[in-house]
Design a protein around this ligand. Structure first.
Ligand code: ATP
Ligand code: MG
Length: 649
């Protein structure tokens, strides 16, 4: 069999870049070909031209010990210097962050001010006796002090491990232990949806099991009163009191670790992904420039992710700052105090570039267009997405309703482990197709292979692999080299396997089909969840859908669907029949869901991704496994009750 995964969905729409966009685009025609012809030369050129090195590297790729690759290994630099100091002579007054607090307070930080804050905090960290290589856990909300803390660590060569502020004490505790952090940086509380998330209190519980932590630094934000442990806990403002606004950046080797970040935990026990300095920075400044077509003098850029995920590390902090970007950063919930908060911010700050996730886009669709259309979003000139496959209809909605029909849409495929965007359109060059992340970034090499590792011809589906190392590739899983080898490099020898399925169309465009663990086997056909979900979402009544394969005596697995409807649409037996026919009509009878449950919400991870594993447990009436990584635990019980009464139809 030449293909491992059925190709059922055909999407014919295609959008050419507008002549106006083409004329001003950062990416010039021929860039893919140039990188293809001399891949090491391409990355070397990016490294030397985009980064300020203390010692310029003479080496490019060291592949003497695969899969532990090194890049620019004899180079020396400091990442915080690249993000801050080098901009000060000419652009110290440029805004680095327009920060918007959830309760309505705001702060504007210029590059000069950010530099001073970072230096003062770095001096504070030094006064605690921290030095190069020490690990620091950061458990904060979306406040300006979060990038300040990260950059201060980078300045001193401390390795930060940012733990998403929505995680529980248990998650924090295990991450502190895994990295053996000496210090924890947190805040009294974070604002979320009008409520205080008690970060310090959560940290106190976590710290009961982490005897290695010497100090806890606490930022005052919500001022609701917290317990401070003497000799261990210190207020941020006390730590920086009297500290100077200059701090010499420590010169680091390109391969020294910059940070550890645990994957978001959709598929199992989180992995401490290690990223280093020079290669990582090279790849994120390059991708940030080309993929977002960044114009540092005029753009107002907003990546709506949380800094607790890799998207925030690469595309809120290190990439944008190195590229001297003016960014918007928002603290709170998208529906606080109202459903139009994000659109209000775009209008207020005249945001030109906006980057968000499909889960958010589908939520906006569900809330209804009226919240969007009452705002002037005409400042936007480019919009992007990351995090999950985007259903073609959600892509079109995003393009039309948020992008006003005129903005290029960049659907970017990548993951914590890849560090930087891997498969993506280049705006101004790559024609886009709704639902396709299009083609590999210049200097990135991918393939789609079958079970045996043979390349699947165009038109077929299978396993996505990356065939050559790239500069921002994770160096290992912290403390577990063997798990790094086993997880990513064992399934297909000498190729990196990210765990995702994909198909390629006749033009070589990549269509991501979700995780291979989720693929369904129905009557001998391997069917991706993504295609069936996209077919459901293409029905006018549907906002969001999740499908799983459930054991079936006749067909091996049967397709069980969970559907959230748009706006006020009511799910009844007629709609149910209509949806099943709609899928059969769109993809073929083989993909027709056997059962459909209407639900107001779907179980999602804290990063907003659909947790299909749980839906499968529900469909097969199994005891539910671990639900603690869920953002919305209650929904599981609700769906389980409905599913048990849903007839096969
Ligand atoms: P874990 O690895 O712990 O299970 P996770 O994979 O959800 O968690 P991330 O690294 O944040 O953690 O997510 C990367 C994954 O998200 C990719 O492997 C892919 O499955 C999905 N993804 C990201 N961007 C896209 C995209 N544009 N199109 C399709 N899928 C995407
Ligand atoms: Mg993953």
């Amino acid at each position: 069999m030449s293909q491992a995964l059925e190709n059922l969905l055909s999407e014919e729409r295609k959008f050419e870049p507008s002549p106006e966009f083409v004329a001003q685009a950062n990416a010039r025609p021929g860039i893919h070909e140039e990188a293809e012809a001399d891949y090491l030369g391409f990355w070397q050129k990016q490294a030397l031209s985009r980064i300020t090195w203390h010692t310029a590297p003479t080496q490019v790729l060291d592949d003497s010990n695969p899969p532990f690759f090194k890049w620019f290994a004899d180079g020396e630099l400091n990442v915080s210097y690249n993000c801050l100091d080098r901009h000060l002579p000419d652009h110290g007054d440029q805004v680095a962050y327009h920060w918007v607090g959830e309760p309505g307070d705001t702060r504007t930080l210029t590059y000069q001010e950010l530099h001073s804050e970072v230096c003062r905090f770095a001096n504070g960290l030094k006064s605690l006796g921290l030095g190069k290589g020490d690990r620091v856990a950061i458990y904060m909300g979306m406040v300006p002090e979060l990038p300040v803390a990260m950059l201060a660590c980078a300045r001193l060569g401390l390795v930060h491990s940012v733990v998403f502020g929505g995680f529980s004490s248990d998650a924090l505790s295990s991450r502190i232990l895994d990295a053996a952090a000496r210090v924890v940086i947190t805040q009294d509380g974070a604002w979320r949806g009008g409520n205080v998330v008690p970060l310090k209190a959560n940290a106190d519980i976590a710290l009961k099991g982490t005897p290695g932590v010497e100090h806890v630094i606490v930022l005052r934000r919500t001022d609701h009163g917290v317990d401070m442990t003497e000799d261990r806990d210190i207020w941020w403002h006390d730590l920086v009191e009297g500290q100077g606004t200059e701090s010499e950046p420590v010169i680091l080797n390109a391969e020294d670790p910059l940070y550890i970040l645990y994957t978001s935990g959709t598929t199992g026990r989180p992995k401490g992904i290690v990223h280093t300095q020079g290669g990582y920075l090279t790849a994120i400044v390059t991708t940030h420039d080309y993929v977002f077509d960044l114009k540092p003098d005029t753009d107002v850029y907003w990546c709506g992710a949380d800094i607790g995920w890799v998207t925030g590390h690469s595309y809120i902090v290190y990439g944008p700052l190195s590229n001297r970007t003016t960014s918007v950063m928002y603290e709170g919930a998208p529906n606080f105090p109202d459903f139009d908060r994000l659109w209000q911010i775009i209008e207020d700050h005249k945001v030109t570039i906006f980057y968000t996730a499909p889960t958010a886009i589908r939520t906006f669709m569900k809330w209804g267009d009226q919240h969007v259309t009452k705002h002037d979003l005409s400042s936007l000139r480019l919009i992007g997405t990351v995090g999950e496959p985007i259903n073609p209809e959600a892509w079109i909605w995003y393009q039309q309703t948020i992008g006003g029909g005129a903005c290029p849409v960049v659907d970017t495929w990548w993951q914590t482990e890849t560090g930087a965007i891997m498969i993506t359109p280049l705006p101004g060059i790559t024609p886009t197709k709704p639902g396709s992340a299009t083609i590999p970034f210049p200097g990135i090499f991918a393939d789609v292979v079958d079970e045996e590792g043979n390349s699947v011809p165009l038109g077929g589906g299978g396993y996505l692999v990356l065939t050559r190392p790239w500069p921002a590739l994770a160096r290992t899983i912290y403390g577990d080299d063997q798990r790094f080898v086993d997880t990513y490099w064992s399934r297909f020898p000498e190729r990196y396997f990210p765990g995702d399925g994909a198909k390629r169309d006749e033009e070589g465009y990549y269509w991501l089909l979700g995780r291979v663990d989720d693929i369904m086997l129905v009557s001998g056909h391997n069917i991706s969840t993504t295609e069936v979900e996209s077919a459901l979402v293409s029905h006018v009544s549907v906002a969001e859908a999740a499908v799983v394969g459930r054991r079936d005596e006749l067909t091996g697995q049967a397709i069980a669907a969970f559907v959230t409807l748009r706006g006020d649409v009511v799910g009844d037996a007629n709609l149910l029949a209509e949806l099943r026919d709609h899928v059969a009509h769109t993809l073929g009878p083989i993909a027709k869901p056997k059962s459909i449950v209407f639900t107001d919400d779907l179980p999602k991870t804290r990063s907003g991704k659909i947790m299909r594993r749980l839906l499968q447990d529900i469909s097969e009436n199994r005891h539910l496994g671990d639900v603690t990584t869920l953002a919305n635990e209650a929904v599981v019980t609700e769906i389980a009750a409905k599913a048990s009464t849903a007839d096969d139809n």
